[in-house]
Design a protein around this ligand. Structure first.
Ligand code: KG4
Ligand code: ZN
Length: 346
């Protein structure tokens, strides 16, 4: 049955509006990236980001309706990211969603951005979410291992999480140390793929620790110390050395993520591994997780790279399921910058 969902994403630096039918068929997925706006600062400037959203949102919204070939009257449900994220940014999306809902009478639901990353797996009908599944969510602000027990709501138990810098944050900070600009993940991914030589043995934080938590700030410091010891000023590495540091850093992150995921699969006994979030676009991580799943005989689900990084189609997909379970959030809907993936008590 058709259900046209309008998804809105403004939690960080991408303004996204998407039109998705029946929770998985993407009719339009429009994104306006603010990368240029923040590039000079080496990271997202919250004030600039929220202003950027309010400038872009109407244009992006019109583009999405046009590209899907629909009018506002055709929309059955509005879904918007309500958290986690930057409060000024979230409020732009939430207020637009509530305004649209109020003026058209269309129901509106608020979506957890992290759960939306998991729902990206079903877009274009690439996969069905099975449970129980172990979910590795790796983004700019989060590194979480979640045992999903109820696939319809992506409810589950948090197995492990970030102690300090998230995986994506580490990519961005190391890219800055290497003078590679923002965001760091895609450029480190590209440079690492071009490198063929030996690797620097950077530390693998908390690798043999019994917990499933992550910590990447020490790894970033190890890269900084490596550069300092060689007296290399920011951005002054030779091309080959830049690739070597990028590849070595990436290898350390991928090894930690894959090893922790492997241990958690063994411990929980799940037969499905899902990887989601911006860092899941990383080619080496994708390869390593696929190999690991093959060796362990478990199913692996990783959304295509375009649905791993922030987008509004995943918000529409998550919003559809939320609406089926909880109905309309109505005008009570509010942004929550520190919304978490709530651990369910067993
Ligand atoms: O999920 P996302 O788009 O936004 C957040 O919710 O944070 O993730 C953004 C993060 C950034 O830190 C970015 O550098 C990283 O994902 N990223 C990557 C790649 N593409 C994006 N990291 C490693 N390799 C990539 N190919
Ligand atoms: Zn995200």
């Amino acid at each position: 049955m058709s259900c046209i969902i309008l998804g809105i994403e403004t939690s960080c630096d991408d303004t996204g509006v998407a039109v998705v039918d029946a929770g998985d068929r993407v009719l339009a997925n429009v994104l306006s990236s603010q990368t240029q706006l923040h590039a000079d600062y080496g990271g997202v400037v919250p004030e600039l980001a929220s202003r950027g959203h309010s400038e872009n949102i109407v244009h992006v919204f019109r583009g999405a309706l046009q590209s899907a070939g629909i009018g506002l009257d055709d929309v059955d449900l509005i879904a918007v990211t309500r958290g986690p994220g930057l409060i000024g940014c979230l409020l732009v999306g939430v207020m637009v969603a509530k305004g649209l809902s109020w003026s058209t009478g269309t129901p509106v639901v608020g979506v957890n951005h992290l759960k939306a990353h998991v729902w990206a797996s079903v877009l274009d009908r690439t996969a069905r979410l099975a449970a129980p599944a172990l979910c590795l969510i790796v983004s700019g602000g989060h590194t979480e291992l979640l045992l999903v027990e109820e696939p319809d709501s992506v409810e589950g138990t948090l197995v492990g999480g970030t102690r300090d810098d998230a995986a994506g944050e580490a990519f961005d900070k190391v890219a800055r140390l290497l003078g590679l600009g923002y965001p760091g993940g895609p450029v480190i991914d590209r440079l690492a793929a071009e490198y063929r030589g030996d690797l620097i043995d950077f530390p693998r934080p908390m690798l043999s620790d019994s917990s499933f938590d992550f910590s990447f700030s020490g790894l970033k410091t190890a890269v900084a110390v490596y550069l300092e010891e060689r007296d290399i000023p920011e951005g002054r590495l030779s091309d080959e050395e830049q690739k070597r540091v990028a590849a070595s850093f990436q290898e350390a992150v991928v090894e930690v993520l894959a090893t922790k995921a492997q241990k958690a699969i063994r411990e929980t006994g799940v037969r499905t591994l899902i990887a989601a979030g911006g860092v899941a676009a990383n080619r080496q991580l994708r390869r390593r997780l696929r190999d690991l799943a093959g060796e362990m005989g478990v199913e692996i689900i990783i959304p295509p790279p375009k649905y791993c990084t922030d987008n509004a189609a995943m918000v529409a997909a998550a919003g559809y399921r939320r609406f089926l379970h909880h109905g309309d959030d109505g005008m009570e809907l509010d942004a929550n910058p520190s919304l978490s993936i709530r651990p369910v008590q067993r």
